[in-house]
Design a protein around this ligand. Structure first.
Ligand SMILES: [Zn+2]
Length: 157
C-alpha cells in the first residue's frame, strides 16, 4: 500500500462516497465506486445486490460491468478504482482480472466492521490453497472437457 494521493484522488473518493450515500438512501448497501483512466471517468457503480438479488453486485464489480458494456471490452488495464469502502476479496480478484492498476478506498475495516462490513473474514478464507475455503470441492474429470478447449482454440485460429 502507498499513501500518495492527489486532489483528483480526493475528488473521485468524494464521488464514490456520494454514490454510497445515495445508494444507502435508496435502501442499498452503502457502497459506491468510480473507475477512471487518467482523469477520465470510465464508469461508476453502486452496490446493487438488493435490486439484482445478486451477491456479486458489489460497487466495484458493477463499475467493471458498466465499463465493460460501455467500452465493449472486459479488460480495463491501467485504470484506477475509487471505492467508498475497502474492496472485498471477490472485488479484488475481479479487479486483478480486469487489469486495474491502482485502488483508492475510503472506509477501512475499522470503520465498516461495527456495521457488519469487514472484509477480513473473506480475505482470511481465501488465503488457503484451492479447495481449502470451507466449501466441499470435487474434481470429476469428463471425457469431453478437452473438446471445449479445442473448439475455443480452433475458433481463435
Ligand atoms: Zn466486494
Amino acid at each position: 500500500m502507498t499513501s500518495e494521493t492527489s486532489r483528483f484522488d480526493e475528488q473521485m473518493i468524494h464521488q464514490a462516497v456520494t454514490l454510497a450515500l445515495t445508494n444507502a438512501d435508496k435502501g442499498g448497501e452503502p457502497f459506491g465506486a468510480v473507475l477512471t483512466r487518467g482523469t477520465e471517468i470510465v464508469a461508476e457503480g453502486v452496490n446493487d445486490a438488493h435490486i439484482d438479488h445478486d451477491l456479486t453486485a458489489h460497487a466495484e464489480i458493477q463499475a467493471l460491468r458498466h465499463a465493460g458494456k460501455a467500452q465493449r471490452q472486459a479488460s480495463h488495464t491501467g485504470t484506477t478504482m475509487y471505492a467508498s469502502g475497502k474492496p472485498c476479496a471477490m472485488c479484488m480478484a475481479a479487479m486483478i482480472q480486469a487489469g486495474v492498476a491502482r485502488i483508492v478506498f475510503a472506509a477501512d475495516d475499522d470503520l465498516g466492521g461495527p456495521y457488519g462490513f469487514s472484509t477480513e473474514s473473506l480475505y482470511r478464507q481465501m488465503q488457503g490453497n484451492f479447495g481449502h475455503q470451507g466449501i466441499d470441492v470435487v474434481h470429476l474429470p469428463h471425457p469431453e472437457s478437452r473438446e471445449a478447449f479445442e473448439r475455443y482454440q480452433a475458433l481463435l485460429g
